[in-house]
Every structure is written in C-alpha cells, then in structure tokens.
Ligand binder design. Structure first.
Ligand code: PHE
Length: 346
C-alpha cells in the first residue's frame, strides 16, 4: 500500500506546514502545492492507474477524505488569520479615552462653540420662545425648492442674483439660500404656522472680505390670516433687541426679491466701529424680508385668498461680524485658533 502511506505522509507534512504559517497568501500557496493541478496529492493520484482495482477502492475514499480535511484546515486557518489581523488592527486603533484629560493637564483647552453656531443657537432659542418651530432642509436641492416654488421660474433674470453651484444634471444644486426651507415648511404643515430654518448656503462667489462661497442664513416664515408688515417689524425688533441687548432703531427700504411682495431691506442704525458717533453712524443693511408672494403660497399648497404671511432671511455670518466687529468674513472659516479662541467657551 505504497500510495496510501504516501497520502498519509502528505497529510502529515501539510499539517506540520500549515501550523507554522501566519499569512493568508502563504496558506493559499501551501494549498496549491498540495491540492493544485501539479500539487503533491494530485501527482500521487496520477499513479493510481497502476494500482489494482482493490487498491483503488481503498485509495479513492482515503484521498477524498484527506482532500476534504486539507480544505477544511485551510479554511479554518484563513479565518483565524483574518481574526488575528482584525484584533491587531483594533489594538492599534484603540481610542485612549484618558488621553483628553492628560492633554488638558498639559495646558490644552477644550474646544468652544464657533461664533456662528453660537449665534444660530441663540436665535433659535429666541424664536422658540416666541412659538416658532425650528426646521431643517437638505444642502442639495432641486430646482423647484430653490427657485421654481419661490416665484423664480426658469429663464427669469432673478436667477442671476445668486451665482449657483449646479450639479452636472442641471436639475440639482447646492442651495443658494435657506428660502428652500420656506417651501419645505409649507409642504409639511397647514396654516397658521411659524417657523425658522437655519443652515449653510452656497454661492459660486469669488471670496473676499465680505463674500464667502459658503455662509449661513436663518430663514423665517409666518403664515396665517391677516398678517401685516406691523407683525413682521414686531418680530424683527424683538429679535434684534434680544441679540444686541438693547432696543434697535430699524428702517424698512423697498427691496426686490421675487418671493416677497412688497419686499424690504431692513436696516439697523449702526455706529461704525472705532469711528466718532456723529460722523460715521449710519444705517446698516441687515435683514431682507417681506410679505410672502401669493405665487409662493400657491406653490406651497396654501390658498392666498385666505392666508398671507411674512418671510425673512437673516445672514448669520454678517450678524456675527457686526456683533463682534469682525472685519473679514474669511476669519470665520479659517479654523485659526487665534481667532476661534477669542470666543467664549461653552
Ligand atoms: N433668500 C433671500 C436671499 O438669500 C433672502 C430673503 C429671504 C429675502 C426671505 C426675503 C425674504 O437673498
């Protein structure tokens, strides 16, 4: 029984070999060396043709069972190597939760809240206290929510007021304003309602001291019966008083936005930083707003014969700049700790 002995020897050798291996590639090589077309097991089975029928009867099942055992051993080894690799990775990537404290002891401070986020939260709280909901919307929008439903149809020149990042399909875009949230708000509720919607907006702008390609707005909308410009002014003055901690003098100038009629620019009386009160104090454009255009209400599924309302879009970066007298909007996105650390920690 030469052949049977040889088969057993091959199996034994294999078991000795596989034991020593620690890489999946080596295991696969070993398997090929034994079971492959030119592998040792296959070579032996080739000599089967010289065996007697009785021998073949024995050798056949024996070689099959060895083959199976080898295959199982290979599989088990591959799995255990994989597990070992995962464990090693986990050990390497372990998060040391005690690290923060030890770094803090070395004089590093915990991060604070960015001034834009801080003012956003503050304004959300002010509006929540006045009964407004806070809504969200996606950064990637479709034409309808950013333009169409806001009374800015295709080919309307008002589209040029906002340089837009379009996607290749020319149907989707990065929202250019939070007015998209007006549309989503109208779609999801029945009047009367009032909500604000803060978030990032994007414009294809060349950056300079007053322009960024990504900035923040907070949209507001109130819809009900018999809403007036007086209501709009009341809410805006209340907001400004809370933010600046004093009564602010405001004025409304006519302003054009296709989704409001009449539309306004709300200015606050403002003293330029560092300059004498009388000579340089003036009006600062802060808040575009207006009475919601009937077409916008209609697009949002609201009957303009029965309901009306106001909307506004507050520039949060602008507000932070005014509040803290920051001269360049680019500081806000710089990530520069010398800038960030000037704001209070929370
Ligand atoms: N969406 C306008 C803009 O970004 C601002 C705005 C909002 C104007 C609501 C009026 C009413 O320019």
């Amino acid at each position: 029984m030469e052949i049977l002995k040889k088969l057993e020897q091959i199996h034994k050798d294999f078991e000795g070999e596989i034991e020593k291996l620690s890489k999946q590639a080596d295991v696969l090589n070993l398997k090929a060396n034994v079971l492959g077309k030119k592998g040792s097991l296959s070579e032996i089975l080739k000599s089967l043709k010289d065996a007697t029928p009785e021998e073949r009867k024995e050798i056949g099942p024996a070689s099959n069972s060895i083959k199976q055992k080898i295959e199982q051993a290979v599989l088990a080894k591959l799995q255990s190597i994989e597990l070992e690799e995962i464990n090693q990775q986990l050990a390497k990537n372990r998060i040391d939760i005690s690290l923060r404290d030890s770094l803090m002891m070395d004089g590093l401070k915990a991060a604070g809240v960015h001034p834009v986020s801080a003012i956003q939260r503050e304004i959300e709280d002010i509006f929540i206290s006045m009964g407004f909901d806070v809504l969200d919307g996606p950064h990637i929008e479709d034409d309808f929510h950013n333009f169409g439903a806001l009374n800015i149809p295709e080919t309307h020149p008002a589209r040029d007021m906002q340089d837009t990042f379009w996607f290749k399909d020319m149907k989707h875009l990065l929202r250019t304003h939070t007015s998209t949230i007006q549309v989503r708000g109208m779609e999801s509720r029945k009047p009367p309602f009032k909500f604000v919607g803060p978030g990032k907006v994007f414009r294809c702008e060349r950056t300079d001291a007053t322009h960024e390609m990504c900035f923040h707005q907070l949209e507001g909308m109130m819809v009900g019966e018999n809403i007036t410009v007086g209501n709009l002014i009341y809410f805006m003055k209340t907001l400004l008083k809370e933010i600046f901690k004093k009564d602010m003098e405001v004025r409304l100038r006519p302003g054009y936005f296709p989704f409001v009629e009449p539309g306004f620019e709300l200015d606050i009386r403002w003293k330029k930083p560092g300059k004498g009160e009388s000579k340089h104090s003036g009006w600062l454009e802060l808040l575009p707003c207006g009475m919601v255009h009937p077409n916008v209400l209609r697009a949002g599924g609201i009957d303009p014969e029965k309901y009306n309302g106001f909307a506004f879009g507050l520039g949060l970066d602008r507000l932070v700049m005014v509040k803290y007298m920051i001269e360049d909007i680019r500081h806000l996105h710089s990530g520069d700790l010398r800038f960030n650390s000037q704001f209070s920690m929370i």
